[in-house]
Design a protein around this ligand. Structure first.
Ligand code: AMP
Length: 215
């Protein structure tokens, strides 16, 4: 089963994708994570996209479509979770073609609905464990008193360079101008489902599970 998690930055796509990886063995394909990895490992492509990402703009369709194309080879039968991809209509068309070329299809596009004020609050307080990626928040999910990650015990935490108010404005604008048309696109294709992204992490997880269990 192949699904897209669609929603603005901070909607909880990455958090829910990780749950699906743990619970169902699906493969998370996050173009944001792939681009950050390319930056950390210092590849030419990583250097090229760094400034664009930090400002909160979208990198070119060609780059992200190439990244996804490579990863589709690693199919494990449990399916892919597309997280942060596609973000433009051209990417959505390309994904449809790539899946068809692999004899596969998209089963569900799950829109995670959240309001803009909540996004700003979520993103500006967000940090993650540098070792395992567990997500925390200054106000809503602080570290325990011992300062150790609840998942792996690490004390190394990190914040994304683009999780600041200025970049967030640009990221939100990119979402509304370039990505939100995908909601209509997938509605018209007949595979759009919506969940309330403001509910608790467990409730959102349960809503997504209910959609996937319908088949
Ligand atoms: P994310 O982790 O999904 O919030 O992505 C972080 C940043 O990576 C975005 O603000 C973009 O600069 C870039 N990025 C990630 N995925 C895409 C995509 N599908 N298309 C264009 N740019 C992307």
């Amino acid at each position: 089963m192949n699904i897209i998690l669609l929603g603005p930055p901070g909607a909880g796509k990455g958090t829910q994708a990780k749950r699906l990886v743990d619970e169902r063995g699906m493969i998370q394909l996050s173009t944001g994570d792939m681009l950050r990895e390319a930056r950390t490992s210092g590849t030419e492509m990583g250097k090229k996209v760094a400034a664009v990402m930090d400002a909160g703009n979208l990198v070119t369709d060609e780059i992200v479509i190439g990244l996804i194309e490579e990863r589709l080879e690693g199919d494990n039968g449990a399916g892919f979770i597309f997280d942060g991809f596609p973000r433009t209509l051209a990417q959505a068309d390309a994904l449809g073609e790539l899946l068809a070329a692999h004899g596969a299809k998209l089963d569900h596009v799950i829109e995670m609905q959240v309001d803009d004020d909540a996004l700003v609050a979520r993103i500006t307080g967000r940090f993650t464990c540098a070792d395992c990626g567990e997500v925390y928040h200054d106000v809503t999910r602080p570290l325990p008193a011992d300062g150790k990650c609840v998942n792996c015990g690490s004390t190394e935490m990190k914040r994304r360079a683009d999780d600041n108010e200025e970049s967030l404005k640009t990221r939100l604008m990119a979402y509304y101008k370039q990505t939100s048309p995908l909601i209509g696109y997938y509605y018209a294709k007949g595979n759009l489902k919506s969940v309330d992204g403001l509910a608790s992490m467990d409730e959102v997880g349960a809503s997504i599970a209910a959609i996937l269990d319908q088949g």
